[in-house]
Design a protein. Structure first.
Length: 289
């Protein structure tokens, strides 16, 4: 069986020794960028390789980019090969943040033409609650060869976002918390607010109280109400830096609403250009200038 959106803890546990399955630990903390790797070295799912958001899944920040620019795809493809991935592998990605960071690797692989990739539902926390095996032993990796078939239509630039909103040809959805979206608080970026015309769907809305994704039917109803009358193919997702937005994109795929896109630069790129419009709490905006 092929998994392309989510995989359960039970299904992964049953395939830990499968020769064509590869597992990636994507745990990360924006507040402490070394914390994810430290946690990985302490314990992880057997066979998992660590993929660092900053070092592996993003490019260095430039003056005109957001906080997590898309990685150099050729370099990432070479790393995947070094990590034992080939184009026939079933890949599973996980984190301890409900899929907020693992979703980035899921989306990247799909954009590179590899659809056999799934996020572990419930992540590392659910895995441990179920008493499934963990280890501190680093895996022995036999290098393979991975070829990318990049589809650069899967993301939009800031200019495309401006044009799409002006022509009302896209529906823009922001995955940040409501406080950040409304401009009432901004703990990360230097300017608070939102892109005018965007709608808010905090990524936490996609999960139940146990940290598992809502059912496809529930997600379909909620997203259909949010994006109407736009079709899924006209929906674009954003967040602070283009990482957690992938969570909403994944949720739409789970719901059977395929074809939405990513604004990869997101808010942290948008505010680099002072000529781009912003909306939000004026009092907060003034306090940050």
């Amino acid at each position: 069986m092929t998994y392309t959106t989510l995989v359960s803890a039970a299904a992964l546990a049953a395939n830990l020794d499968h020769p064509h399955w590869r597992i990636f630990d994507c745990r990360f903390s924006l507040a402490d960028t070394a914390a994810g790797y430290k946690s990985y070295r302490q314990n992880h799912i057997p066979g998992a390789v660590y993929a660092d958001l900053n070092k592996d899944l993003s490019s260095p920040v430039q003056p005109y980019t957001g906080r997590h620019p898309l990685p150099n795809i050729e370099l990432l493809a070479a790393k995947l090969g070094d990590w034992g991935v080939n184009n026939r592998c079933q890949i599973v990605v996980y984190d301890d943040a409900g899929g907020a960071f693992a979703g980035r690797m899921w989306w990247l692989l799909r954009s590179m033409g590899h659809t056999q990739v799934a996020v572990l539902d419930g992540g590392y926390g659910h895995w441990r609650k179920r008493g499934l095996p963990t280890t501190a032993i680093l895996p022995k990796i036999a290098a393979s060869g991975f070829r990318s078939y990049l589809d650069d239509r899967q993301w939009l630039s800031a200019n495309q976002i401006e044009t799409g909103l002006a022509s009302r040809s896209i529906r823009l959805i922001d995955a940040r918390t409501q406080e950040r979206f409304l401009g009432k608080a901004e703990p990360i970026d230097p300017v608070a607010g939102r892109i005018p015309g965007a709608l808010n769907r905090p990524l936490q809305s996609n999960l139940d109280r146990n940290g598992l994704f809502l059912s496809p039917d529930q997600l379909r109803r909620q997203f259909s109400d949010l994006i109407a009358p736009w079709p899924a193919e006209r929906v674009v997702h954003m967040c602070g830096s283009g990482v957690t937005a992938c969570h909403n994109l994944l949720a739409m795929e789970i719901a059977g609403l395929g074809g939405s896109k990513l604004y990869a630069g997101s808010w942290s790129e948008w505010i680099r250009n002072k000529n781009r419009p912003i909306a939000g709490d004026e009092r907060t905006a003034k306090s940050l200038t």
